[in-house]
Write a protein that binds this ligand. Structure first.
Ligand SMILES: [Zn+2]
Length: 213
């Protein structure tokens, strides 16, 4: 929908908060109502044992709260604006809370999923974080084949991921920050990190919007 049209629809039909599903006025911080937005984290949580070979890992929030609700609305409700709203608050929370980085890289998603939605959630999050950190954004990884991870057991996930990611373009140098929407076992990010290290990265860190652990 055109932005002007969507603004008009917002005026006529008040939207619902992604978290509590109560009414949300246009001036409230999308996709939440002001009360739910007030409960959003102001910083990042470091993961104590980041999966090898990640050097460091941070999450913005737990999947159970308002952040998870925004991700579900974005991904399954095809609502790009919900992810833009989340990207803004997550980027703000990451300012000054990460080590020095040289490049931000989104975890790529399956092409079929991106085509169906018309947007890639991790790319939206990565663009906002890159801007807040004043670091370049690079789509340095692509995802080839493989099946969706949901519903696979740990062993099958590992096998599915082993061949799923491939670094593309020139070498990726320096310290990389990978961006994912949800971290569960961390095996997706670990596969991406291995690929980036092979492509020349010095170290790889991860920032995920939500932890489903
Ligand atoms: Zn709410």
């Amino acid at each position: 929908m055109l932005p002007i049209l969507s603004a008009l629809v917002d005026l006529v039909l008040p939207t619902r908060c992604a978290a509590c599903e109560g009414p949300r006025r246009v001036e409230e911080p999308a996709p939440w109502c002001a009360a739910c937005a007030a409960g959003l984290p102001k910083g990042l949580f470091p993961l104590t044992n980041p999966p090898d070979p990640l050097r460091g890992a941070w999450v913005y929030a737990s999947y159970g709260g308002p952040v998870g609700a925004a991700i579900r609305r974005g991904k399954y409700g095809q609502d790009e604006a919900a992810l833009q709203g989340l990207a803004l608050v997550m980027a703000e929370a990451s300012r000054g809370r990460l080590p020095r980085l040289d490049v931000v890289v989104p975890v790529p998603q399956r092409l079929s999923a991106s085509l169906k939605r018309g947007f890639m959630p991790t790319a939206i999050l990565a663009a906002a974080v890159a801007k807040a950190l004043n670091v370049p954004l690079r789509h340095a990884l692509r995802r080839q084949g493989g099946q969706a991870q949901a519903g696979l057991n740990a062993e099958a996930r590992r096998e599915n991921l082993a061949a799923a990611f491939d670094a593309r373009g020139p070498l990726v140098e320096g310290r990389v920050l990978l961006i994912d929407d949800v971290i569960t076992t961390g095996s997706t990010a670990a596969s991406c990190a291995r690929e980036l290290l092979c492509a020349g990265a010095k170290e790889v860190h991860l920032l995920a919007a939500a932890s489903a652990r």
